[in-house]
Design a protein around this ligand. Structure first.
Ligand SMILES: [Zn+2]
Length: 494
């Protein structure tokens, strides 16, 4: 297995004698009748960035009958072929080949040992979340990350676009969201503003770029908490009416969207209209995390709502709002995701049918939801999925709140012991999350992401019953040299 040192570890590797040799990087076969011309084009672009496509040999892409996303990569002395049933499968095969080329191309000569790799994913949802509110990242950086993620068969880019510290999404009819809500005072420099937002063209560019790499961009619009940027733009949507400002501190803030104000749902309708127009994904994430009910408890309008709905307490307003947001998006045919807090206070308004729970406060919420028959994404903060935590418990390491070692990320097992087989089928997959309160620059984001995402990608993709961390580290040493060649800044264990 370590001969190829592929990450995530493929389902099966069979090493054969001999090797494939090519002066330069082999060309890829473009064919007017090929089903995989898109994948071939992206791969050619990736190789062009790496070296010259001057090889005389050709990589063949062959359509074959096999499971979705599966591929069969064969390297023999005469050439390289990839068989797959779908574009996703062909792309995954090409990314495995890209890994081999990154580590087997030297001094203008490519030499790969002969063998056959047969591979397919364990889970359909293999996600990565980037918080672009706490820190604003350029479209070029995001595309670079998406490309590197796809090297590891990650197939979901969860784009956290709104939070207290900045709103990044253009919405028709609500210009102040980006005029006012996209900029805050820079931490520690009160006379300077920082921030930004994505234009519609930026978003289409990223969605198209990601789709070509078989990554689905799932937008997150965080309602009804983490709303300071919304309230700074439109103060009438809060319980007190303000004044509010786009937050330049971290944490959980009392001011949230007023549950008693019908205008909040008109606002949400406009936002969802833009979301649905810009993001073709089946999924929309509506947040739902960290919503204090302190303002609701003192607000006359929210009080009236509680009475009208017959709720026993103000906290129950959140489940009512979740239901309304979910039904608005259902009209567009979308599937809604939310953080695990939406499982609480649901006595009167149960969790909407089909809502997918993203379990972040450990795995308990996810387990509970799966046992209720809801689909679940596991991203437990205490089991290696929180990439904003330090890599090691050292003053020199960037990060905050806690420590998340490479070993923890590698050890993640999405199906915990508390799930029976019936419930386990509801676990769609997992995700690594990078919150960016202290991640001021793309380079730091890379350092926090890699190589822990490589370990997580293995937990999402591979179904290896005999997992061995020492064996993983041997492969990772080869793999980190590949990431170096791509210019990615990485954490390294000393
Ligand atoms: Zn209110």
């Amino acid at each position: 297995m370590t001969e190829y040192s592929i990450i995530p570890r493929p389902a099966s590797v069979c090493c054969l004698t001999g090797s494939f040799e090519c002066p330069g990087i082999p060309n890829i076969a473009f064919d007017s009748v090929s089903d995989f011309n898109n994948e071939a084009r992206v791969f050619a672009d990736q190789m062009r960035d790496f070296g010259q496509m001057a090889g005389s040999a050709v990589i063949k892409l062959i359509k074959d009958d096999m499971p979705l996303e599966a591929y069969r990569l064969k390297i023999d002395a005469d050439g390289v072929s990839i068989r797959a049933a779908t574009g996703a499968g062909a792309y995954h095969g090409l990314q495995t080949l890209r890994q081999l080329i990154l580590s087997c191309y030297d001094n203008g000569v490519l030499k790969i040992p002969c063998g056959v790799i047969e591979d397919y994913p364990r889970f359909p949802w293999r996600g990565y979340m980037l918080d672009c509110s706490r820190n604003f990242f350029s479209t070029n950086f995001i595309k670079r990350m998406i490309d590197a993620l796809s090297l590891h068969h990650v197939n979901i880019f969860h784009w956290h676009l709104t939070d207290d510290q900045g709103w990044r999404l253009p919405v028709n009819g609500l210009p102040k969201l980006t005029e006012t809500g996209a900029f805050r005072r820079e931490y520690r420099h009160e006379d300077r503003l920082t921030g930004g937002f994505y234009t519609e063209d930026d978003i289409r560019d990223i969605v198209t770029f990601a789709a070509a790499r078989h990554i689905d961009v799932v937008p997150e619009i965080d309602f009804p908490g983490h709303a300071s940027a919304i309230l700074a733009a439109y103060p009438s949507l809060g319980c007190t009416g303000g004044p509010y400002h786009v937050e330049d501190r971290f944490g959980v803030f009392h001011d949230v969207l007023c549950a008693g104000n019908d205008a909040v749902f008109d606002f949400a309708a406009s936002v969802f209209d833009s979301v649905v127009r810009l993001f073709p994904s089946q999924f929309v994430h509506i947040g739902g995390d960290e919503v204090p009910s302190t303002r609701w408890a003192k607000c006359p309008k929210c009080g009236q709502r509680v009475a009208k709905l017959g709720l026993s307490n103000h906290a129950g307003l959140q489940s009512w709002m979740t239901s309304r947001f979910a039904s608005m998006l259902k009209e567009y045919g979308k599937t809604v995701l939310a953080w695990d807090e939406v499982l609480e206070n649901t006595e009167k308004f149960p969790l909407p049918e089909n809502l997918i729970v993203m379990s972040w406060r450990g795995r308990e919420g996810g387990s509970k939801a799966a046992l209720m028959g809801h689909r679940v994404i596991m991203t437990p903060n205490n089991e290696g999925c929180y990439l904003d935590y330090k890599n090691a418990d050292e003053l020199e390491e960037p990060g905050r709140l806690s420590v998340n070692t490479l070993f923890q990320s590698w050890s993640l097992n999405l199906i915990g012991q508390n799930l029976n087989n019936d419930a386990a089928q509801f676990v769609l997959g997992g995700q690594g999350n990078l919150w960016t309160e202290l991640i001021y620059a793309g380079k730091i984001a890379e350092y926090m992401t890699f190589p822990r995402i490589c370990a997580l990608a293995e937990a999402f993709w591979s179904n290896d019953k005999s997992k061995n961390f020492e064996e993983f580290k041997l492969r990772l040493a080869v793999h980190q040299a590949r990431l170096d060649k791509l210019g990615i800044l990485q954490y390294r264990e000393i």
